[in-house]
Design a binder for this molecule. Structure first.
Ligand SMILES: *Cc1c(COP(=O)(O)O)cnc(C)c1O
Length: 412
């Protein structure tokens, strides 16, 4: 057989309960999904605000389709860049107070492209990032020429050592990165602390080396992957750049989560964005997202700022945490829409997820290597679409089924 490793890999995964399989969703209405002719309450969606079904977003999508057709039909640097793309970029710049923005077809492409842009072959960058950064960023760093150092998750003492160990003459070619809200744990990155560490290291290096011409040239950039914070966190819902924290130089966000459409963006300096428009192969050699998606996304940004759905979401998060606490269910620390219940083995996570499905609840098991060994878990995502009774049903089912599956609880 040719390419034998394919089958070998699959068998290995299957026997370790780590085989990934897709399920076909045949309908999605409100908080319900239909799989194999059965309806489930969906606690697996990243559509935190329910905007993917919002009639105003859908109308803008339809308007965009009738004005521009279903495809952008070309790369952004050929003829795929429409006035709707331009308007969306400009709305992002205004919302995030940054001079320039560009759109990508996915957050994965955006992160990968960013790492390549900052670390071309002939000029390796130093990247210091949180251990739990998303696979798209880590893969981007690994595939670029960057010298990658990861600090323990949210461990600022370790981050400080990593930042202080950056070569002083290469501080200006260094990137420090974390996430606004971590995708598997739901906790927040320590952006303000990292920003302080960067400033402190940069000024210490300046004092030590007076020959350095200018500070900004010698300062690491701070980059935030805001995939799960954009739309959910911040004064106007625009995530980590929407709270007065200075010194975020680059921010990546996706439209595939709270925004309810698809695609992604990067905001930053005009030089960075111009460079990427010219050099990022993910951008130059890829069809632009459709104008219709761009138009629907602009409408979603308006709704995010108004904040009605965000308020419902945060009410739901509070209710869920409160009900879990009352039942003695220990959740991972999180104020976001992502709530984790650790079970400790892939087998237990899968079995409990299946049991919940029997009860009509769609709650995915997340297993190693997506999360560290022995932290296999249920990853519950809440949405503005959930009603109180949905959340009550979930907590009832969790507390009823967990004794059979949880190793951590029986040990405690
Ligand atoms: C989902 C996600 C991405 C990738 O975004 P897509 O638009 O889905 O490709 C990047 N970073 C984080 C933290 C994510 O959760």
């Amino acid at each position: 057989m040719s390419f034998r490793h394919l089958a070998v890999d699959l068998e290995k995964r299957r026997s370790a309960h780590l085989l990934r399989q897709r399920t076909t969703v045949s309908a999605s209405q409100g908080a319900l999904i239909n799989v194999n002719n059965k309806y489930y309450l969906n606690f697996a969606s990243n559509d935190y605000l329910g905007l993917s079904q919002d009639i105003r977003v859908l109308q803008s999508y339809a308007d965009g389709l009738s004005e521009f057709g279903a495809s952008s039909s070309a790369s952004s640097v050929v003829s795929g860049y429409s006035i709707e793309h331009e308007k969306l970029e400009s709305a992002l710049c205004t919302a995030l107070n940054k001079p320039a923005a560009m759109l990508f077809s996915s957050g994965f492409a955006a992160n990968h492209a960013l790492c390549h842009a900052l670390s071309p072959e002939n000029l390796p960058a130093h990247i210091v990032c949180d251990k739990y950064m998303h696979a798209s960023f880590i893969q981007g760093a690994v595939d670029s020429s960057a010298i990658l150092k990861r600090f323990k998750h949210n461990d600022m003492a370790h981050a400080q050592r990593c930042i202080e160990n950056l070569p002083p003459d290469l501080l200006g070619n260094s990137l420090v990165a974390t996430e606004g809200v971590f995708s598997m744990d739901g906790d927040c990155g320590k952006i303000a602390s990292l920003s302080e560490l960067i400033s402190h290291t940069a000024s210490a290096s300046l004092t030590a080396n007076t020959s350095t011409a200018n500070t900004s040239q010698q300062k690491p950039w701070l980059m935030i992957d805001d995939a799960h914070a954009f739309g959910v966190m911040g004064k106007n819902g625009f995530g980590s750049l929407d709270t007065p924290i200075d010194n975020i130089d680059v921010l990546m966000g996706t439209f595939g989560k709270a925004v309810g459409t698809s695609g992604a963006f990067i905001v930053g300096s005009k030089t960075l964005i111009d460079y990427m428009v010219n050099n990022a192969k993910h951008y130059v050699y890829s069809t632009a997202i459709s104008a219709a998606i761009a138009k629907a996304t602009s409408q979603a940004l308006v709704l995010i700022k108004e904040g009605k759905e965000r308020e419902s979401l945060h009410n739901n998060i509070r209710l869920f945490k409160h009900l879990c606490e009352a039942r003695g269910l220990t959740l991972m620390a999180s104020e976001s829409a992502i709530q984790g219940l650790v079970l400790g083995s892939p087998d237990a996570a899968i079995k409990m997820s299946e049991r919940l499905a029997d009860l009509g609840l769609w709650v995915p098991a997340i297993r190693t290597p997506t999360v560290p060994k022995n932290t296999d878990r249920l990853r519950i995502t809440l949405s503005a679409l959930h009603q109180n009774k949905d959340i009550e049903a979930l907590v009832d089912a969790l507390s009823m089924t967990i004794p059979a599956y949880s190793q951590t609880l029986t040990q405690a």
